[in-house]
Write a protein that binds this ligand. Sequence first.
Ligand code: ADP
Ligand code: MG
Length: 385
Amino acid sequence: MASSMTRRVLAAVGRGADRGRAPDAVQILGALPVPVVLLDAQNRFRFANHAAEQFLGISAAGLSQLALGDLIPADNPLFLLIEQVRHGEATVSDHDLTLESPRLYKQGITVQGSPLPEDPEGGSVLLVMQDASAARALDRQLAFRGAARSVTGMAAILAHEVKNPLSGIRGAAQLLEASVSAQDQELTVLIRDEADRIRALVDRMEIFGEKPITRGAVNIHRVLEHVRRLAQTGFAAHIRFAEIYDPSLPAVWGNRDQLVQVVLNLVKNAAEALTQAGHGNPEITLSTGFQHGMRLAIPGSSARVDLPLVVSVRDNGPGIPDDIRPHLFEPFVSSKAQGSGLGLALVAKIMGDHGGLIEVDSRPGRTEFRLHLPVLNETDSDRGE
Ligand SMILES: Nc1ncnc2c1ncn2[C@@H]1O[C@H](COP(=O)(O)OP(=O)(O)O)[C@@H](O)[C@H]1O
Ligand SMILES: [Mg+2]
């Protein structure tokens, strides 16, 4: 059966753009948003789906006249990968490939090559290509969930294992204070004050604890306006703000105070980056919009949630330092002398609690944090979360 399907795929490829009578397999491949091509034993294009046409910038009909060697030079490591697939008869993948020719320039490409099972012609190789920057973006999005979880665990440990003995220490110091000499009282006061300082630190960590959030309809533009006003009358008085809002957006299904905290943390980081760099024309842009097609699994269930509402906080500052980037959402990661490194960890935690996503794009002169949030549906109000 597989072989007859393969033959039909190949036959359809031979027919070129005859989409109307194409069998299901071709239609499915065509709809796939990932570039897929099938090469024959001579590396000629036997099939290219729609995403591959766009990716390579050549129509399927055009590709059917070409071989891979017409697009990229023969010393490209991609040819090695293809040979490995043919010899090993197994899937091989390579990362960070560069596809470069007069008609094509793609960098940071991940390619997976697989042999075609029961290939009637022999030597065919299926290539699936992916822009690695897209893959990395997804990686980062999912990584923050792990980071948020580890903070939640730590908050619980701190609360139990540190706070209780701490109050014992503090109480004991207070008792001693009544019976020791004035000179020694200095020491008991020191114990008390330091115990209080640790307690305050632990209290700050407790916002990461596992508490169910109360949700309602939140007007995201009011949240953004509130943060902008706070910023402009305080820490960001010297920074210009631009706002690009889509007034037709529905309400967010979320917790207003926590969303304020998220946006405030992002705006604060942007302002701090701009101030630190001594930017001559500092600007923060807040924008909102609608984006279809962003979905995410709800942890621990098979349900998917749509995240059509996008909030972006952008600055024209120096960009996120390279060494920070891989750990951006982890707690205690900071490039600032006085930084707590908890801001983005908290942002990640709150976004996770909302079932949302956060994306980052950063280069010198342009750093953008994008929040993808769920919107209010009629059914949400009776969901009783
Ligand atoms: N908009 C930004 N531009 C440049 N760097 C940023 C930006 N936002 C965050 N960062 C980097 O991420 C680090 C972590 O941020 P955060 O978790 O809020 O902790 P903190 O602000 O206390 O350092 C910052 O120290 C900074 O290096
Ligand atoms: Mg911060």
